[in-house]
Ligand binder design. Structure first.
Ligand code: UDP
Length: 234
């Protein structure tokens, strides 16, 4: 029994790359697609936001202008969405890609009405290009779109299986939270998402579920309630 009608799934760019850390790992993407297919078949509306770190980040260059570097980053998220959208189609889903800027015939321009129209048709909607503005991240992009599209929750599929009180890679005694409020995460400087995404999420009361992408069936489990990650409340 699914507890949510509409969810936005956030995947980091690195997650798509698997062990290679760059480009795409097809089997990882197919595994994600099969899980999302299950959700869609159960009647859940799924929007997808993907980062760009498997290709480029605005911070990658200290030489070129930050605005231009961020434009490259936003285009990296568009490339990721085109690829993953095709993988979703390969496993039998219908998809559309929306961007906050024109990409010719490759994507369609984002609007809430357009996204809602596609959701009504049972399509998975990829929200590519982040916010469309430099100096932001796809963390902020996913919160913005989740708020605009009245999503019930954001599914944050990460490399770690939840929010810890310290870095579990550095501290073997790090403790995982079953639940934490964004305010407490902020007070403890835990950076579940970056600061602008945190503020937007708190102001608009958008909850998140943080879990490990590589854990088997973790996306489906998060939606069905059989969840072992961290519930981030607002
Ligand atoms: N980006 C941007 N505006 C947005 C979203 C992303 O400028 O609204 C750029 C930025 O350069 C970022 C890159 O796209 O570094 C990739 O996005 P992601 O969120 O994966 O970046 P990260 O948080 O890993 O830097």
């Amino acid at each position: 029994m699914n507890r949510y009608k509409r969810v936005l799934l956030k995947l980091s760019g690195e997650a798509l790359a698997g062990d290679k850390k760059t480009g795409f790992d097809e089997s990882t993407c197919i595994a994600v697609a099969n899980q999302v297919k299950q959700l869609v078949e159960d009647g859940v509306e799924v929007g997808v936001v993907i980062g760009g770190g498997n290709f480029w980040r605005g911070r990658t260059s200290e030489t070129i202008d930050r605005t231009k570097a961020d434009q490259i980053g936003m285009l990296a998220t568009v490339m990721n969405c085109i690829y993953v959208s095709e993988i979703f189609r390969y496993v039998g889903m219908n998809t559309q890609i929306l961007t906050p800027f024109e990409c010719g015939s490759m994507t369609k321009l984002f609007s809430k009405d357009r996204a809602n129209k596609y959701f009504t048709k049972g399509m998975v909607v990829f929200l590519a290009g982040g916010t469309g503005h430099p100096y932001f991240s796809t963390d902020t992009g996913v919160v913005l779109r989740a708020v605009e599209l009245d999503a019930d929750v954001i599914l944050m599929a990460k490399a770690v299986d939840g929010v810890y009180d310290s870095d579990p890679k550095k501290n073997p005694n790090a403790k995982k939270f079953d639940e934490i409020s964004l305010q407490e995460a902020l007070d403890r400087k835990l950076a579940v998402v970056d600061l602008s995404a945190t503020v937007l999420s708190m102001e608009n009361r958008m909850p998140m579920l943080v879990f490990a992408l590589e854990e088997e069936n973790s996306i489906v489990k998060a939606v069905s309630g059989d969840f072992s990650g961290t519930r981030v409340t607002v």
